[in-house]
Design a protein around this ligand. Structure first.
Ligand code: BTN
Length: 322
């Protein structure tokens, strides 16, 4: 797919391109272009051919492009970040877990068009078909050891909602601890993994999966889901833009988190709480009550009618009562 990628990138504008122009731009013969087009079609890309006009893609295609992502990052973010872009990878989180730090950069980022072993929370798989969604991981060091990381996954949720709001989706909300929902359907998930010492600087790997163009056939999941295309069809969602904005917002929120702690972002999280005032049931314990927001550590409060129960991330999940 390497050679075909440049061809696909030219065609991704959806316009007609003559064989001659393609050959010239790519610096190859017309026969080579024709062979590459055939290979693309064998891979399921739908290409239309018209005598006198040339070739164009039948369906629009949303390609990942590291240069486009970089061009949309805030300057300070771009300077601090090393970005790897893959066609296929096992998992972007696993890649950064294995990877080394880069002495010249404080943040590493990795995105992939598809993941073969996308990881979700609680050991679940994360469906990661090609061409459809965002699979993004960030690795960085945060001061204060593991104890200072309480609330980290919640503030990343705030960053994702803020980024989507900037791009035109204003009604995303958070389901504790960090699912991003629209109309009670899951739009995005966050998986935080930690490396390093109990004290001192901990290395965190933040994995973010966002459904962008996902189609029905692609998804095998145990809960209702939604994509950006469906949640806000008036916006032409472009994965490179979503990735850049999510990186910008995540690093901005983490800066506040590291300097001022979770309390500085708590009110923002509360204002996005999809479960507040809802009748809830915990799993697997089966406690029932009304959602009452988070405490100063980020634990969720459940008003049981007989006092308050505090839920900690990783132990219990919450579902709406049916
Ligand atoms: C969840 O279960 O809600 C968390 C899903 C996290 C998925 C993302 S996709 C990018 C990164 N790489 C992975 O393997 N998982 C995370």
């Amino acid at each position: 797919m390497r050679k075909e990628k440049a061809l696909l990138s030219i065609l991704s504008d959806g316009e007609w391109h003559s064989g001659e122009d393609l050959a010239q731009t790519l610096g190859v013969s017309r026969t080579a272009v024709w062979k590459q087009l055939n290979r693309l079609m064998d891979d399921g890309v739908s290409v239309e051919r018209l005598r006198g006009k040339g070739y164009r893609l039948t369906d629009s295609i949303d390609l990942l492009d590291g240069d486009v992502i970089a061009s949309r990052l805030a300057t300070t973010v771009r300077d601090a970040l090393h970005l790897d872009v893959f066609d296929t990878i096992d998992s972007t989180n696993a890649y950064l877990m294995q990877g080394r730090e880069r002495p010249d950069k404080t943040v590493r980022a990795c995105v992939a068009d598809r993941q073969e072993q996308g990881r979700g929370r609680r050991g679940r798989a994360w469906s990661s078909p090609p061409g459809e969604n965002v699979y993004l991981s960030l690795a960085l060091r945060l001061q204060g050891g593991f104890a200072a990381l309480e609330g980290l996954s919640l503030v990343v949720g705030v960053a994702v909602v803020r980024a989507l709001d900037k791009l035109g989706l204003g009604r995303a909300r958070l389901k504790w601890p960090n699912d991003v929902l629209v109309d009670a359907r899951k739009l995005a998930g966050i998986l935080i993994e930690l490396q390093g010492e109990l004290e001192g600087a901990a290395r965190v790997i933040i994995g973010i999966g966002i459904n962008v163009h996902m189609s029905d056939s692609e998804r095998v999941v145990d809960q209702p889901w939604i994509s950006l295309d469906r949640a806000e069809p008036r916006v032409a969602w472009v994965r490179n833009e979503v990735i850049a904005e999510v990186i910008n917002e995540t690093l901005s929120v983490l800066d506040v988190f590291e300097r001022n702690g979770f309390d500085a972002l708590r009110d923002q999280w509360q204002s996005l709480d999809a479960l507040y005032g809802q009748a809830l049931r915990t799993e697997p314990d089966g406690d029932e009550g009304i959602g009452a927001g988070i405490d100063h550590t980020g634990a969720y409060r459940l008003d049981t009618g007989d006092g308050e129960k505090t839920l900690r991330a990783g132990e219990i999940s919450i579902r709406r009562q049916v």
